[in-house]
Design a protein around this ligand. Structure first.
Ligand code: HEM
Length: 226
């Protein structure tokens, strides 16, 4: 029963929340579609944390996407042991880079008084959820080998069953706790997008590369200088 709620109902609730609240926020408060830069308050920790985090998580999510789109090719690639080791070792390297970047960003947020005063409750919730998600992912990669192969064999058919509106939870309900946590964590993150600074994911800032510089001015009622 709980598995049905978590793996067959919750994914749709999370996507519906992301879409409905995302649109609502876009049309009611378009200027809030941002990750609210704090670069001018502290830059060094942000550089090391943000660069590691973003390169790491983009590579990892691209890996998840490739496995999702061409699972048979991934399985064929993994058919030769050295290729499997190269794929898994690269994924683990990016997983650790992601974790390192996130930990730097978390430490920065709480060790700088200037950053602390501009940190909202939702920022904290998001950081905790992302940390749990990345730890569960790296944990899965280390303790339940070989993830790239069984991801293609079990998790991808499960994800497709969700997309086709006929969820098949028998593919996931026997997985270990940390793997289940990792899957549920993904839905929690999707549901949180419009409520947090993750909303910047939906803004597709392609024009960023050719637009002129912008001056960032925070418009807050409270005095925010630390
Ligand atoms: C917001 C969504 C997600 C994020 C941020 C995320 C993040 C991560 C990270 C950081 C790792 C560690 C990579 C490594 O060290 O090898 C990982 C591994 C993994 N994730 Fe995810 N993940 C997400 C969604 C999912 C979903 C929906 C599934 C399955 C349904 C999944 C299945 C896996 C598996 C099987 C591994 C182990 C891969 C391996 O052993 O190489 N992830 N994930």
């Amino acid at each position: 029963m709980l598995d049905t709620l978590l793996f067959a109902v919750f994914p749709y609730v999370a996507v519906a929340l992301a879409v409905v609240v995302g649109f609502y926020r876009y049309f009611s408060d378009r200027f809030s579609y941002s990750s609210l830069s704090s670069q001018f308050l502290e830059n060094r920790g942000l550089f090391w944390g943000s660069v590691s985090w973003h390169y790491g998580i983009l590579a990892i999510l691209l890996g998840h996407l490739i496995g999702f789109l061409i699972p048979r090719s991934v399985l064929a690639w993994n058919g030769v042991p050295w290729r499997l080791y190269v794929l898994e070792a690269s994924a683990l390297m990016f997983g650790i880079l992601t974790l390192w970047g996130l930990v730097v960003l978390i430490i920065r947020r709480f060790s700088s008084a200037r950053i602390r005063v501009v940190t909202s409750l939702m920022d904290i919730v998001l950081l905790v959820v992302l940390l749990v998600q990345v730890v569960a992912g790296v944990w899965t990669a280390i303790f339940y080998r070989w993830g790239s192969s069984w991801y293609a064999g079990f998790a991808v058919p499960y994800l497709w069953s969700i997309i086709k509106f006929s969820p098949d939870i028998s593919l996931v309900n026997n997985l270990p706790f940390m793997v289940k946590l990792h899957i549920i964590g993904a839905y929690v993150i999707v549901g949180l997008i419009p409520f947090t600074r993750l909303v910047h994911l939906l803004s597709f800032p392609f024009t960023y590369f050719w637009r002129p510089y912008q001056v960032v001015i925070w418009n807050r009622r409270k005095e925010t200088r630390g």
